[in-house]
Design a binder for this molecule. Structure first.
Ligand code: C2E
Ligand code: MG
Ligand code: MG
Ligand code: MG
Length: 283
């Protein structure tokens, strides 16, 4: 699968040689066409339940395989689209694809969930709520099948509005994950207040876990804290078997990372589930 190779070899844009402004404008101008033509597509990375060793969900990660430039780093074009008020286009495309994926996945794994990333600016107005309502209705999937991932800084900005929107989504039953946890500046007060169902620990805390005693202490107490607040814990960026064993032993609920599975197209993700396999704990 060519698509399974996504995630490596991004072309890094160099503003010094190509002109940041030109690059930005040309990307924006091509956005609609790229969505229509299939250059923009959605990769899925599996989420593994560490207790049952089964796949329980997947994260939707947008991809842009440009006709001439090749794969464009998603963090880069997402930021550009966001800055120019075009992120809604991407989000509604990803939500649509993700809703179909989770509907298909639920034929094999009844409680399967799909996670969709939401940008900070989208917590300042109701557009995302309307999108979610529409997609749940159109695909006839339960709110519980969808998790929205929001970074801690995003959920803290525009406090009043973001908080109200997130609460409304949670009341519908949509899951809410605090993404890249541990890299921002969330306070304990914030953690207590935000209606999240999941805490997603940033991959920098997974990278040296197996060998670093301090990271282990931080991880242990983070898992305990999240559980005490009624949240599930996901750790992203698991690249080694040792990290996975250790997290399972610490009572971490869910793992995600290259060692478990790389982001790949929807068909590849569905193949992992059919029939539901127990993921082998092998190095
Ligand atoms: P994120 O939401 O924190 O997604 C996790 C990133 O870590 C993904 O990068 C994924 O490919 C990568 N990753 C997963 N496992 C491993 C691992 O074991 N090791 C390492 N080194 N990396 C791993 P990706 O796909 O490049 O996405 C980057 C960021 O772009 C995402 O970070 C998210 O913030 C944003 N993004 C991606 N898709 C969307 C989208 O549809 N909407 C919005 N708003 N943002 C998106
Ligand atoms: Mg994410
Ligand atoms: Mg993350
Ligand atoms: Mg990230």
């Amino acid at each position: 699968h060519a698509a399974s190779q996504q995630g490596v070899g991004w072309k890094v844009h160099d503003p010094a040689t190509s002109g940041a402004k030109e690059w930005t404008l040309s990307l924006l101008g091509e956005l609609d066409q790229a969505i229509q033509s299939g250059q923009i597509w959605v990769a899925y990375q599996p989420k593994l339940d560490l207790a049952t060793r089964t796949f329980v969900g997947a994260e939707a990660l947008v991809r842009w395989t440009h006709a001439t430039r090749g794969p464009i780093n998603p963090a880069e074009f997402v930021e550009v689209a966001d800055r120019h008020g075009r992120i809604g286009k991407i989000t509604s495309f990803v939500l649509e694809d993700a809703a179909q994926l989770v509907k298909d996945a639920r034929q094999w794994v009844p409680n399967f969930t799909v996670s969709v990333n939401i940008s900070p600016s989208q917590l300042t107005n109701r557009e995302v709520i309307d999108m979610v309502d529409a997609v749940l209705l159109r695909h006839d999937i339960p709110a519980e099948s969808l998790i929205l991932e929001v970074t801690e800084s995003a959920a803290m900005a525009e406090e009043g509005t973001a908080q109200a929107l997130l609460e409304e989504l949670r009341e519908k039953g949509v899951g809410l994950s605090i993404d890249d946890y541990g890299t921002g500046m969330s306070t304990l007060e914030y953690l207590r207040r935000i209606p999240a169902s999941e805490l997603k620990v940033d991959r920098r805390f997974a990278s040296a876990l197996a060998t670093n005693a301090q990271d282990q202490a931080v991880m242990r107490s983070t898992i305990e804290l999240a559980h005490a607040l009624g949240m599930k814990v996901v750790v992203e960026g698991i690249e080694q078997a040792e990290t996975l064993y250790m997290l399972a032993g610490m009572g971490c609920d869910i793992g995600q990372g290259y060692h478990i599975g790389r982001p790949a197209d929807g068909t590849s993700l569905l193949e992992l589930l059919e029939p539901q396999k127990h993921w082998a704990f092998t190095g």
